[in-house]
Design a protein around this ligand. Structure first.
Ligand code: ARG
Ligand code: ZN
Length: 874
């Protein structure tokens, strides 16, 4: 059944308060729920309709009287009570089975501990409820369980009581004073220990911060705790938002479908985004922890205090919170590095989504399973849309808008329109046209052309918005977009941007052009030589910029663009064009040569003293096969792979002296340290060594092996092993065995071991991956493990997944079929691997289509997988 955004109706009843009691058991858990109900005055009549899934209903009572069979009905996942007083107390008692809940939605067990995941619609798997985000209530929770096995009992808010029940069981009571929707409910019970610290808020209150983990992981919590404290401070400083409870808890669990969850006062996290120690987590993992901890913390205001009216508004909290966490991470580290990483991910995942069968606006119009709409579009493009508001209004204007948003809507469940209205009203701006970013799907193309008139000294820049690929021309209407830009002079310096008819003197060297029409021309005057345009700096709008630039011009911008992001982007365009030209040549059966200019441009990056190590490593990285595939008319995975490899090798050969010098300068010396400069050095050292390994010389293979053996931290260890995994050398097997022997007891590190093998492009990838799925440490029950093998193979091993014999497709389809009943959410993510089958050659298209049809034919297919597969086949 498909749900439509425009079908939203307010509920017939509100729930003012909820009292929950849990009797946790090894074989069944009993949940008692008492709801204070109040009829919604705005809805004249209608029965009470509650949601429930896989509940065994033991009793239903109203105001203390048990209802008889005829007084309510249960049909499928709905409990209906036709006649109820305008105010009453409803008590239900149900039995549920967390011990056999493999979906990891609702109440379930992970490593023997109870935990919950309720967003989006998991609370209905715990008790009968109006399980929709516009129903906000206060909660009290009593948890009862065996004292030995479950000494720690946690829920949202403040701990208000504990008692021994005498029979080996105990009870802990929790109270959350803030109203919240059911998706923010959380419960944890088990054997856990906490690493704790304090945070003093700006108004002087002390907040206790606790990171709960299995005791043996206590030495991996400090980074998460510090990240939380930093995020708390940052939200006070940047947005004036203070934490509102006296306790903030984060619990790490191993079995989790997503990254983490912002439950009020009790976040539950995939342990991947909590646990970090230098020998087990890479520099990137550390950044991941910091970013996700901050993201969930920022939800306390953008998501929890102000939440979504319905799930179509998801980007209201997710786009905004991603924008906030991106800004936070930029402030903690390097702004351009963070921006480049985020845009690279956006282009890889979100632009691809926009171009395929799952294309949807950031505020979708319909869904079958809401869980399928926790997408790159809602999150990452949603954040880009917020970023454009920030660009249009300026930092101060954006802050004024946020203040008004909180002032108006604290404690409410609202819509994306409410957010836009607050931003507009606080700044006296009209954002009506801006709404189209919320209604139109797809990545708009922005076609730029420039014309220099030497006699007049003017440069005319024409920007034209084109309908996104895959969308209908008649549906496309001009978007309101900010284009940050500059014009670079022959000396490499940005020129003053005086508009025609204005004085050029004193004009800014960078401007934000506001586009509101399909086509607009901007004329700049006072120029003495033809400038090189640098457009959409920092990717100021989520568009595909099409501007004709030859190799020379791109190399010029790679060397001179004053915008660090656009410098990197120029390099990506330059290298990407070379690889694509190479792939086209190879596909025709022609030879191809890497140009001298390309090698020189690369050499300039390797040696540029002004670049820090992180920027250098990003600038040296070639666009991935997956990203380049998006730009091929008909994707030829083999030609693409061979071309990229050839370019890589040619660059390495052409600059081996400089690469060796870079490695010598940046390679590990002295003990590990996690300061910025050391992180930068590790990055450039590892990327240099990876290039040198392409030379396939015994000397450099030995250097990689030695780097692996000598590593005293996971960043170097993983980087060296990743490089070895792409080489057909004896050291590869030896290193894999050593790594396994050392880390087989640490699931997160073992995930890396699986992933590095699943993403190796050595011949026979599907066979190797199939073998990994039969390894004794492989399990279908742990989402991280499944993703580390099947997910990594399908999403990050382009040539392997698209092996010509179709064995990669068979393997992934088998995995989807294996998982779809037990864990529909995880299965449906994997099913998305086939979304782009129409872009490949006939032979592969047929094979992928066959895989999709095989999945579609499964009896009793879960709705999550059904939706993905049927959209793809349509
Ligand atoms: N709100 C969570 C976050 O963004 C994600 C929850 C996703 N849940 C789901 N069932 N897809 O941090
Ligand atoms: Zn979120």
């Amino acid at each position: 059944r498909e749900i439509h955004r425009l079908d939203y109706r307010p509920p017939t009843f509100w729930v003012d308060s909820v009292a929950l009691e849990f009797d946790l058991g090894e074989e069944g858990t009993v949940v008692t729920a008492r709801l204070s109900l109040r009829r919604n005055d705005e809805v004249a009549e209608g029965p009470l309709e509650l949601d429930g899934e896989e509940l065994e209903t033991l009793s239903v009572a109203v105001d203390g009287r048990v209802l008889g069979q005829g007084e309510y009905t249960i049909e499928g996942e709905r409990l209906t009570i036709p006649d109820l007083p305008a105010r009453c107390e409803l008590e239900t008692k149900v039995r549920i089975h967390p011990e056999s809940n493999t979906q990891l939605s609702g109440l379930y067990l992970s490593s023997g501990n109870f935990c919950t995941q309720c967003e989006a619609e998991g609370f209905r798997r715990i008790t009968w409820f109006l399980d929709r985000p516009d129903v906000m209530a206060t909660y009290t929770v009593a948890i009862r369980a065996d004292k030995q096995r479950y000494p720690v009992l946690l829920s949202n808010g403040n701990r208000v009581g504990e008692r021994d029940l005498g029979d080996g069981r105990h009870e802990v009571r929790w109270e959350d004073p803030f109203v919240k929707p059911s998706y923010l409910f959380a419960l944890v019970a088990g054997q856990l220990a906490s690493h704790a610290g304090d945070f003093t808020t700006v108004s002087g209150r002390t907040v206790r911060c606790e990171i709960w983990v299995e005791a043996h992981n206590l030495d991996k919590c400090d980074h998460a705790l510090r990240s939380l404290q930093a995020a708390m401070r940052w939200d006070e400083e940047q947005f004036g938002r203070e934490y509102d409870l006296d306790l903030y808890m984060i619990v790490a669990v191993d079995d989790f479908n997503m990254g983490a969850m912002e439950n009020k006062g009790l976040n539950i996290f995939n342990s991947k985004f909590v646990l970090a120690r230098p020998d087990t987590a890479t520099d990137d993992d550390y950044e991941g922890v910091e970013g996700v901890v901050a993201h969930e913390y920022f939800h306390n205001w953008t998501g929890n205090r102000v939440t979504c009216r319905d799930w179509f508004q998801l980007t209201l909290k997710e786009g905004l919170t991603v924008f906030r966490d991106q800004r936070f991470s930029a402030d903690m580290g390097s702004e351009p590095v963070k921006r480049i990483e985020d845009v690279a991910m956006l282009r890889l995942r979100q632009y691809a989504e926009d171009a395929g069968p799952m294309a949807h606006p950031i505020r979708p119009e319909s869904y079958i399973s809401m869980d399928n709409f926790y997408t790159a579009t809602v999150y990452e493009k949603g954040s880009e849309v917020i970023r454009m508001v920030d660009t249009l209004l300026g930092r101060d204007g954006f802050r004024r808008g946020m203040d008004l948003y909180f002032e108006r809507h604290d404690g409410q469940a609202v819509t994306c329109d409410d957010f836009r209205a607050a931003m507009a009203d606080a700044n006296g701006r009209d954002l009506a046209q801006f709404e189209r970013w919320y209604t139109q799907a797809g990545t708009p193309r922005l076609v730029a052309t420039g014309r220099f008139d030497a006699a007049a000294g003017t440069y005319s820049l024409t920007l034209r918005q084109e309908c996104p690929t895959g969308q209908r021309e008649e549906d496309f209407r001009a978007l309101h977009m900010p284009i940050r830009m500059g014009l670079i002079g022959p000396d490499g310096a940005d020129q003053p941007l005086g508009f025609e008819g204005e004085a050029a003197a004193g004009a800014p060297t960078e401007r934000v052009l506001e586009l509101t029409e399909r086509e607009q021309t901007f004329v700049f005057a006072g120029l003495t030589a033809e400038p090189v345009p640098s457009l959409a700096r920092g990717l100021s709008a989520p568009v595909l910029l099409e501007l004709e630039e030859d190799e020379q011009r791109l190399a010029f911008r790679l060397a001179h663009d004053s915008d660090a992001f656009n410098r990197w982007d120029a390099g990506q365009r330059l290298f990407g064009a070379a690889i694509l030209a190479g792939a086209a040549a190879l596909a025709r059966g022609d030879e191809f040569q890497v140009s001298k200019g390309l090698v020189e441009a690369f050499r300039a990056v390797v040696t540029d003293p002004s670049l820090d190590g992180s920027m250098r490593s990003l600038a040296m990285a070639l666009p991935s096969e997956l990203e380049l595939a998006q730009r091929m008319e008909i994707v030829d995975p083999d030609a693409l792979h061979r071309a990229r490899r050839a370019v890589r090798r040619a660059l390495a050969e052409g600059t081996r002296t400089e690469l060796a010098a870079l490695w010598e300068r940046a390679k590990p010396s002295g003990a590990y340290s996690n300061d910025r400069a050391s992180i930068d050095r590790r990055r450039e050292a590892n990327v240099a060594l990876a290039y040198l390994s392409c030379l396939e010389s015994p000397e450099w293979t030995a250097a990689v092996a030695a780097h692996f053996d000598g590593a005293d931290n996971m960043t170097d260890s993983q980087a060296a092993l990743a490089t070895l995994c792409q080489l057909d050398v004896p050291d590869r097997q030896r290193a894999l065995e050593a790594f396994y022997a050392k880390w087989k007891g640490d699931p997160l590190v073992l995930d890396k071991w699986f992933t590095l093998q699943a993403t190796s492009v050595l011949p026979g990838a599907p066979t190797r991956v199939a073998a990994l799925a039969h390894h004794p440490d492989f399990t279908w029950r742990n989402p991280n493990r499944v993703r580390s093998v099947v997910g990594a193979f399908a999403m990050a091993n382009h040539s392997g997944f698209h092996s010509a014999d179709g064995s990669g497709y068979t393997l992934v389809a088998d995995a989807v079929i294996e998982l779809q009943g037990a864990n529909p959410q995880l299965a449906s993510r994997l099913a998305g691997s086939f979304n782009h089958y129409k872009r490949y050659d006939q032979h592969r298209q047929q094979a992928m289509r066959g895989a999709l049809e095989r999945i579609a034919a499964v009896d009793g297919l879960s709705k999550d997988v059904y939706e993905i597969v049927h959209r793809a086949l349509a």
